[in-house]
Design a protein around this ligand. Structure first.
Ligand code: TMP
Length: 212
């Protein structure tokens, strides 16, 4: 039995990931794939509970260490309970955020050292690395304006714009560091145009088209 693909979707807040994820799922299903959609932090009963603590705007006193351990606990549970068993059963998993969010937000945003994050990530994911990652590249100022207008803001989104700029810069660095795995998508364009790009890349990964 061939294992399922593991796809992750990344970007600063309000970069339009959700719309594209739904289209990705529909497209993959139309091609005959069994698809499971999940998210980070969250995706299991335990991880969703951790999510509500992490993102609750009332917890302004949360320390950086507590924050990174909470994200990691949520991730460990999701990997063990959902991601690994699903890909083993040939299910394609699409995860809204994963380890690159951790490096971008806790690493570049909060300033926690790479070695520590790598060590904790190693424990949390135990070798479960995405086959492909879509990075939706959008100026964080534009994304946050979109997000605030649509849904209001959580504890992370409430951070100052300098934090979000560092996160954005971090994503760019990660995309440069892992060019094979991380595909950068210009998310400043209309959603339909973004989708054509995403679909082309997806089809290429699945081997449905021969070249870019
Ligand atoms: P979202 O589901 O609306 O994207 O919210 C999740 C927030 O958590 C988002 O601001 C990014 C942040 N985050 C981290 O800081 N570290 C992580 O490891 C993950 C997965 C998310």
């Amino acid at each position: 039995m061939i294992r399922g693909l593991f796809i992750t979707v990344e970007g600063t807040d309000g970069s339009g990931k959700t719309t594209q994820i739904v289209r990705m799922q529909e497209h993959l299903v139309s091609l005959g794939c069994e698809v499971l959609l999940t998210r980070e932090p969250g995706g299991t009963r335990i991880s969703e509970n951790i999510r509500s603590i992490i993102l609750d705007p009332v917890y302004t006193e949360m320390s950086n260490t507590a924050e990174l351990l909470l994200y990691s606990a949520a991730r460990a549970q999701l990997v063990e309970q959902v991601i690994r068993p699903s890909i083993a059963k040939s299910i394609t998993v699409i995860c809204d955020r994963y380890i690159d969010s951790f490096y971008a937000y806790q690493g570049f945003g909060r300033g926690t050292g790479y070695e520590l994050l790598e060590k904790i990530t190693g424990i949390a994911v135990n070798g479960t690395i995405p086959d492909i990652t879509f990075f939706f590249d959008l100026d964080p100022e534009i994304g946050l304006k979109r997000r605030f207008a649509a849904t209001g803001s959580d504890r992370i989104e409430n951070e100052v714009i300098e934090f979000h700029r560092k996160v954005y810069k971090g994503y760019k660095i990660l995309a440069g560091r892992y060019p094979e795995r991380i595909r950068t998508i210009d998310a400043s364009r209309p959603a339909d145009e973004v989708w054509l790009d995403v679909r082309r890349q997806l089809d290429m990964i699945l081997g449905f088209v021969k070249s870019v």
